[in-house]
Every structure is written in C-alpha cells, then in structure tokens.
Design a protein. Structure first.
Lengths: 327, 328
C-alpha cells in the first residue's frame, strides 16, 4: 500500500468530499494563498478556487460564527483553527452556538460543521501555545470530538466528520503532520465513536488517543521486551467515547493505565476511570492509574517541558505499579 | 520632550543593539540554542526606539510575541533577554516564558503575549489601574496589523474612549500578518481609521522614522497624561525577515523588501547624526564595539547559566504558596 503524510491524508479527505459536494468549503487563516500554516491545504485553492478555500483575517470569533451561520443556512463549512489554542477566542460561537442550535430550535437547525486544527503541545512553545482542550469541548453536549493518531484514521475519520450532520471538533497535531502511514487509494470512511484495538494483549490495558499514542506504543514495545503483554486501545473519538471496547479489554486484562496529554483534573482519564470502576469494578486487580501532563501550564525551558509531559518511562512505571512489579 | 542630540545618540545605540541582538538570535535559532517560535524585529526598530524616547521609565508597556526589542528598549538587559531565549533560569521570565513571553516588572514591561490581540484589553486594563491609582503614567500597548482584526480591539477601544483611559495603542503595521497582507484582510487599509469610529484621536505615522514616531508619541502621551484619553497610532513599518524563523516569506517581492531597506532607520539616524555633527565616525565605531560586546556577553551569560531545575515545575503557577496540585 502507498504511504502518505498525515497532512496529505487530511487534504485528501477534504478534497474528496469537496469534489462531491459543492456546499463544503474550507475557511481559516492562511489556508488558501499560503497553502496552510502547516501545509495541510496545499494546492486546494488551486483546485477549488478562492470561493471555496477562503483566507480569513485573524478573527476567530467572527469566522467561527460565520461558519455556524452558514451551516444553519445549508452549507457544510470546514473551519480551520491555526491551533486550538486560538479557538478559545471563538469558543462562544462553538459552545453557545454550534452545539445548541439544533436543540434550541426544536430540531429545525442542524449545524453540520467541522472545526479542525492542531491541539496539544508541540515542543517548547510556551504556555499559551501548548494546550490540550479535548476534554473542554467533549464536556459539551451537542458536539462530537475526534482526535486521530495516524494518517489512515485521520483520513477516514475526517471524511466521516465532514458528512456528519452534527458539529464535529477534529483535533490534529503539528507533531503528526509529517508522520507517514499507509493509506489506501480507494475511498473509505471510519465511523465516528469507535475505538481501535491497536495491539492485543493480556496483562494490562493501555488507553490513549491522538499523538500521545506514540508514547503509548513506545511503552508497549518496551514492555513487550520484559514479557509484559499490553493491550493498546486508541479511542480515536472522545465524544462519544467507545466505553464498550475499553470495558471489554479491562475485563480481560484486569488492569488499566490511561495516558493523556491534558491536565489531570476533569478529563478523559477521570471519566474513563469512573466508567470502569462503575461497570467493571469486580474485574479490576489494581487501581486504575493514569499519566497526564503535570498540573501546570507548560513552561518554555526544556527541563520543565520534559518534566511535565507524559513519556514512555512514566507509562512503563505505571504499568509495573498496577502489575505490582517492583522495578 | 524635544529631540535633542542625546535622543539621536540614544536612538542609534538602542536600535543597533536591537539589530545585532536579533541577528544573533537568528543565528542561535539556527543552531537550536533558541527553540520554539522566534519572531525577529529587524526593520521595525524605529518604532520601539521612537516610542520609548517619548515616555518615562514608569510608563508601562505591553506587546505581543515579537517582543525582544521592546524588552531591550525598556531597559531589560541583553543578558536577561538572551538567557530567556535559551530557557535559562537567569532569564527575565526565569526560563519559563521563552522568546514570546518576556516580562520584567522592574522595567514596567508587562510582557510579550502569544494570543494575537490578547494584549489589547490588557493594555487598557494596565492604563485603567494607573488612572484608578491617580498616577499620570501612560500605558503603551503595541499590536500588529493582524491583531487589529480581533474583536477584542473594538470592545477595548470603545471602553478606553468611554473612560478616557491613559493608553496609547501603537499598531506596528509591518504590512503582513504571517503571509497575509493588510490588503487581503480588509477594505479599510488605513488602519488608523478604525480609531475614528470611536472618535479616538488616530493618525498614521512613518514608522521608519524615529523623529515621526517620537513626535506622534509625544503628542499622544501628553494628551493621555492630562486625562484626555487614548490615542491610536498606526506606525507604518516593515519586517525584513519572515514572520518567524520558519517562514521563507515568499509572499512578497524582493523589490518590496529592498524598498524598505533603503529607508533603514539605523542608517537614516546615522546619517542625520553625521550631518548634524552630533558625533564622528570614531563614535560610531565605539558604539559598534560596545554593542558587539554586549551581545556576545549576553550569549556567554546565557550559555553558562543553568536551566531551571525540575522542581520549578510547580512554582509560579499559583501565588498561593501551598496550593494542592494534583500529583497522582
Ligand atoms: C488568536 C490568534 N490567532 C492566530 C494566531 C497565530 N498567529 C501568530 S502571529 C500571527 C500573525 C500576526 O500578525 P500581526 O498582528 O500583523 O503581527 P506581526 O507578526 O506582523 O508582528 C498569527 C496569525 C495567534 N497567535 N493568536
Ligand atoms: Mg504584521
């Protein structure tokens, strides 16, 4: 199979859908003439023209809202945030607008829109450029939240997000855009809300999503060298969450370690830990552990970045703890 | 404040330091000593030099992420700035902020901010506090031509006028927000006109000329000190380099860059100093050597300084000393 970059997979997803449906357009900062701040939309203006690939001023609140209004009136916008850090300027239109319109209007105004862009840290970018807001958006009913970890999923999930009748938050990473992976030439979709078991295992379940899956896989490989068999689950969509796949796995391995880039309070690790203690309490042989970023904004210095972020070492240590292995 | 011989000599030395410091930063970024995003100020020096020469030390300033020169201009040492770019514990933000987030309370420098336009209401708030406390200090709030497109500007301009806040909004219009020219974001390319909608005194200024910047600033600051409220100055300037270190800047022509380089503020001030016989070539050589030494010394200092210890991780997050962090 051919391999392509994550950014190319996203571009193919958008372009394929745009060829089929005139009502889909892409809007955001630097998406058209500059070919995308991270080159995701490279060449798209050439193909679709300035009517459908639209450069905006740095006006997130305005263009997010324009997207929502356009979606209420029959279009299918894809709104790119240069990063989700900047979506906070626009979050009112997403949370007070997009997520509630269908219900407030008694079902009359669906909002089929995709807000997409990178999330999470990308190295030493300092506190304002290094945040993971997946759980903020996922907390809000009315939204769906997708966080792919590889090019294959990115393409299939983005295609589904674009044709989805509801607003979808689609979160990528600067640190994944260059990643290569196998993506078939033939068209395919991946259903939203389905986790993927990347690796089957028997000793412990590791759950993550998005670019942190790299850390999870690195940890699983190291563990394998020590004959510890980890089952690795990539949630892929974090609203809705595929609890069933996680529960099934925990019932088999009896141990769970959650890995997530967000801060520790009120996020997926807390949510899944709740679900598992409620629905699989009797299956647990150890407390559920989790690795998050440190409970602080991400500082610039390399020493502090390293201390704050999840790492394979931290995951391995947690796995040994739930397995009661002294290291 | 009249433009004296001392002012000219100050401008020259101050701008030369900014220029050499930024050239060095660019090199060090290439060597991966400086990480993250790094936005150089080369070409825009007259804006900081000409605004700072028209204000007092106690006047607070705030800007965006292109902030190295603002820190230097306000008197933060090259050492403290360079160490911050390195992420060292001796940096002006203890290595926690990096290039985009230089701060120095001691110098009334309220920081470099990373969310475009985020500093606009903050600048008005800093001015609000000066007014509230009854000082006659004036806040200088710098913002880019791209930042003008944030909704926050409109809300802030309205309240700043309503409450006659002592703030001068200095738009550093360098023609581009990343790869997007001003022309491609608006039908009102005269950015200063935005202020007129709020009856805010607003004017365009030649941002390549220290004299023009200084004079416009002087008028604005005087008015603010007298309680007559904010001013919006659109400084027309140019960045010679790309938006950040990763931008090859293919969206503009060589001719355009050359056109501005021909108006280089450092060269112009040098020529004026020579014409007015304020100094001779020997003085320029002396300043060049002094600046070179200052920049080299800052690099040496940064190199030799330690990174913050990992136990700094939970410090400075809350003012409360014993905040109960989640440590799992
Ligand atoms: C709210 C927000 N949106 C987008 C960005 C990404 N971004 C960083 S700088 C920049 C361009 C800003 O241009 P301008 O205000 O003209 O300042 P300049 O870089 O020219 O100094 C953009 C889009 C951001 N930091 N914040
Ligand atoms: Mg600009």
């Amino acid at each position: 199979m051919r391999t392509i970059q994550f950014r190319e997979a996203l571009r193919e997803a958008m372009s394929e859908e745009m060829r089929k449906d005139e009502s889909i357009f892409l809007m955001g900062e630097e998406v058209a003439e500059y070919n995308g701040a991270y080159k995701v939309s490279q060449g798209m203006m050439d193909e679709f023209g300035a009517k459908r690939v639209i450069d905006t001023p740095i006006s997130e609140l305005g263009f997010a809202g324009i997207g929502v209004g356009a979606a209420m009136n029959g279009l299918r916008p894809i709104v790119e945030f240069m990063t989700f850090n900047f979506s906070l300027v626009a979050i009112d239109q997403v949370v007070n607008g997009a997520s509630k319109m269908l219900q407030m209007s008694g079902g009359q105004f669906p909002v089929p829109i995709v807000f997409r862009g990178p999330t999470g840290n990308a190295g030493q970018l300092g506190a304002q450029h290094s945040q993971s807001f997946e759980s903020w958006y996922a907390n809000c009913p009315g939204l769906k939240v997708v966080v792919p970890s590889n090019p294959y999923d990115a393409k299939g999930l983005l295609k589904s997000a674009i044709i989805d009748p509801d607003p979808v938050i689609f979160m990528e990473s600067e640190l994944m855009y260059g990643d290569k992976g196998e993506v078939p030439e033939d068209e395919y979709y991946i259903e939203l809300g389905q986790a993927h078991v990347d690796q089957e295992g028997t000793d412990v379940t590791l759950v993550g999503f998005g670019k942190i899956m790299k850390v999870v896989h690195a940890a699983a490989q190291e563990l394998a060298k020590e004959d510890i068999s980890a089952e690795v689950i990539d949630l892929r969509t974090v609203r809705p969450i595929d609890y069933a796949t996680v529960l099934e796995s925990v019932k088999k391995t009896n141990r769970l370690v959650l890995v997530e880039e967000a801060w520790p309070l009120a996020n997926f690790s807390t949510d899944i830990a709740f679900r598992v203690q409620k629905d699989a309490f009797d299956y647990l042989d150890a407390p559920v552990l989790r690795i998050n970023s440190a409970d602080t904004p991400l500082a610039y210095a390399p020493t502090l970045v390293q201390a704050a972020l999840p790492s394979a070492e931290k995951v391995i240590k947690a796995v040994k703890e739930v397995m009661y292995i002294k290291s | 404040m009249p433009v004296t011989k001392e002012t000219y000599l100050y401008w020259y030395e101050s701008m030369l330091l900014m220029r050499r410091f930024e050239e060095k930063s660019g090199q060090l970024y290439g060597q991966q000593k400086i990480r993250g995003f790094c936005h150089l100020y080369i070409g825009q020096e007259a804006v900081v030099a000409g605004t700072i020469s028209a204000i007092r030390q106690e006047d607070p300033i705030i800007t965006a992420y292109r902030d190295h020169a603002h820190a230097l201009g306000k008197g933060v040492s090259a050492r403290a700035v360079m160490a911050e770019l390195y992420g060292k514990a001796t940096g002006c933000s203890k290595g926690k902020g990096g290039s985009m987030h230089l701060f120095s309370k001691e110098h009334y420098f309220f920081g470099g901010h990373g969310i475009v336009g985020g500093q606009i209401p903050l600048g008005a708030g800093i001015a609000f506090a000066e007014q509230y406390k009854g000082t006659d200090n004036v806040c200088i709030c710098y913002l880019g031509d791209g930042a003008v497109r944030q909704g926050a500007l409109n809300e802030t301009f309205n309240m700043a006028m309503l409450w006659k806040l002592p703030v001068v909004f200095v738009c550093e219009n360098n023609g581009y927000a990343m790869g997007t020219s001003v022309q491609r974001t608006t039908n009102v390319t005269d950015i200063y006109k935005i202020g007129l909608a709020y009856d805010m005194p607003s004017e365009p200024v030649d941002g390549m000329s220290c004299e023009s910047v200084h004079e416009a600033m002087d008028r604005a600051v005087r008015r603010a000190r007298k309680g007559e409220g904010p001013t919006f100055l659109e400084m027309r300037t140019y960045r010679y380099k790309g938006h950040s270190m990763s931008d090859p800047a293919r969206y503009r022509t060589k001719e355009e860059v050359e056109e501005y380089k021909a108006k280089d503020p450092i060269e112009i001030v040098k020529n004026t100093i020579l014409e007015k016989k304020y100094a001779d070539e020997a003085w320029f050589e002396e300043i060049a050597a002094k600046v070179k030494e200052e920049v080299e010394d800052s690099v040496k200092f940064a190199e030799e300084s330690p990174f913050p210890d990992a136990d700094e991780l939970y410090k400075d997050v809350y003012a409360q000393e014993d905040y109960p962090f989640i440590l799992d």
